[in-house]
Design a protein around this ligand. Sequence first.
Ligand code: ZN
Ligand code: ZN
Length: 558
Amino acid sequence: MKKLLFLLVLSISFSQCIAVKSKKTTIVPASNSIIEKEFKRPKLIVGIVVDQMRYDYLIKFYNKYGENGFKKLMKQGYNLENVHYNYIPTYTAVGHTSIYTGTTPTNHGIISNNWYDKYEKKSIYCVDDKNYKTVGASTGGEKSPYRMLTTTVSDQLRLAQNMKGKSIGISIKDRSAILPAGHTANAAYWFEGGDEGKFISSTFYMNELPKWVSDFNNNGKANEYLNQTWNTYYDINSYTETLPDNNNYEGLFKGKETPTFPYNLAELRKLNGNYSLLKAIPFGNSIVTDFAEATIIGENLGMSNFTDFLAISYSSTDYVGHQFGVDAKELEDTYIRMDKEIERLILLLDTKVGKENYTLFLTADHAAVEVPAYLNSLKIPGGYFNDDEFKTNLDKITLERFNSTELIENISNYQIYLNKEKIKELKLDANYVSQVIADEILNINNVYKTVTGHTLQTTNFDLGVLQTLQNGYNQKFSGDVLFVPNPTTISYDKTGSTHGSGYSYDTHVPLIFYGNGIKKGQSDNYYPIIDIAPTLTSFLKIAQTNGNTGKPIIEVLE
Ligand code: ZN
Ligand code: ZN
């Protein structure tokens, strides 16, 4: 025993000897230099997601922005100008989940906002969970992140600090607060419209709202915003970047004859869902900044010895884009006002948390298409996908080829789910049926590409739309046949914009890192959206998210 101990001591001192020697040769491993520098994390990480923000809005409205909002982030942070979503479908829940988990639906399991659950045999919503109850209102809070199967950066940060340090998600939309904040979140709060007009939560997080949240809900802010008129921030004649205010490509609020300013909100709220109207106008973003301020103060974020995480998602930009389209005066005004919210938020962080104490990033959960009807007027191809016509044609195909119209169980998110029981009953081969359908539906109007789930499981696509389709495909939850409409072709109203595709108009989003530990700079290098999470875990020196498939964006880090 003694001999062994002696040998051990000898070998330790011998290895130390080598270590000293190797130091003399000045080859110091990178990891040593980091440990020697005494590593300190910032006190607060802030994730900002602007729902439906296209990359080009940073440039298109640049001259309308002030010096202390988007421009400050662009000039003093690190602006990545070629960041894309790398999967289909580009929807809100999927976007938020992919940002924070560092992977795509293939791994994290959030394959859409709503999808057909082939096990439960019904359509489900991404964050619905009947195991929990609403906190702070009569309805709207039976939610949890349980369908998200992997961890978020915020989860990893909590784990790394032995569950010290807080993680909180806030947004107008439930899914945009719940998914980013992670499984281990202290809280997620979202805005319940209708006749409630409050920020609420779920018993997944707590049994009652903290006093600061109830106080916020009682402060009359929502009514204040809704009892005014929405007019343009600057003279409307200076809004030269967008189409005339009155045009055929914009949707109407109930009670309006034309899609034009001014919007008398006190009148409009009566016909447009009362407090739900607040979601659909830029002041929905304002109340989120107000609530962010209340959260930071109420929870003392960025003021402990641990690193906190605040995930903020601004959703009203998405509602405005859906209603008015990407080329509307209403949209331009919404981004001019969004810039003021960013300014307010930065000022808030600088004063409450301290300039040196936080690191933030700003991105979007997807972008959006120009209104196809407008593009058509400019001779650009595109159009509208007719779901009913597609279903009729699909029934014709299955009747002709398999003598049945019962083979299709569900069509949603441009995916076809086969009725496996019926296929068995008819003694058909499911892979063969899938392939026949994939081949035949290609002849249907506006169907541009098709692929079977089986092919996605057995072939590796490393380029283009099929690769994005593959990244969005989840073997367990996705459909049996997937299809892609023509470019700029949407299943949507003739007015307003939407998103969901793998084309660049939907995938290209802003990404700016800013604050403690971030370089000043700009880059045109391509990065997929899933690189955000590993950049943060790398920056924080914590374990990667458990499903991570991204890589850290080294060039932004000091
Ligand atoms: Zn969205
Ligand atoms: Zn949307």
